[in-house]
Design a protein around this ligand. Structure first.
Ligand code: SF4
Length: 206
């Protein structure tokens, strides 16, 4: 089986808070965030993306096993390739590594499949507010926001750590941010562990 990827870093000290990881960037995304710094990867640009056999990836990951605690998969939106991820994560778990997934949380069914199989230890996501602008989806954003809330709800049922990042757009009001936080706060309760690691100022393009 193959995974469409843009690249990897054998040892990263910044992708999982407090742990060294093997970081892997996979291609394609269902959102179009105007602040995306990985937009070529999100667009699956052929100049930066190519297919990799899982076996080849396993050889590379195996070489890092002594030095890292996690395989961290980011993108793009990794859950668009959930079948390949399931296979890769199962193999990586057998090496004794934990799995971290950076996701926009808008593909709840795909997320649930990985959770049910016990393949996730750490999930990192952005809280994009206001979601319609920050996701680049405008009026189509409502369904995706519903998926985001559903995904947070799902995470409560599993032993998974959530890393929540809050990109703050120029012009966003504290009121809008507060409303979004109030909406998700009940969903964060009951998680094994959750933390907010960064706050960045970006232009929303709005
Ligand atoms: S969800 Fe992430 S990868 Fe996708 S467009 Fe937004 S910032 Fe970029």
């Amino acid at each position: 089986m193959k995974l469409k990827i843009a690249g990897y870093k054998p040892i990263s000290l910044i992708d999982v808070h407090g742990y060294p990881s093997f970081a892997l960037w996979v291609c394609g995304c269902n959102l179009r965030c105007p602040f995306c710094h990985n937009w070529r990867i999100a667009n699956a640009d052929r100049k930066v993306c190519g297919e990799a056999e899982l076996g080849e990836l396993m050889v590379k990951i195996s070489k890092s096993v002594k030095f890292v605690d996690y395989l961290h998969v980011t993108g793009g939106e990794p859950l668009l390739q959930v079948e390949a991820l399931r296979e890769l994560f199962s193999k990586v778990k057998s090496l004794g590594l934990m799995i971290s997934l950076n996701t926009n949380l808008t593909l709840a069914s795909e997320l649930e499949r990985l959770l049910k199989d016990g393949l996730l230890d750490h999930v990192a996501t952005d809280l994009k507010v206001p979601f319609d602008i920050m996701s680049g989806l405008g009026e189509k954003a409502r369904n995706y926001w519903g998926e985001y809330l559903k995904s947070l709800e799902l995470l409560r049922g599993y032993e998974v750590t959530l890393e929540l990042r809050v990109p703050v757009a120029r012009g966003i009001t504290l009121g809008a941010l507060g409303n979004a936080l109030r909406e998700i706060l009940p969903l964060l309760k009951g998680l094994r562990k959750s933390y907010c690691v960064e706050e960045v100022v970006v232009s929303s393009g709005a």
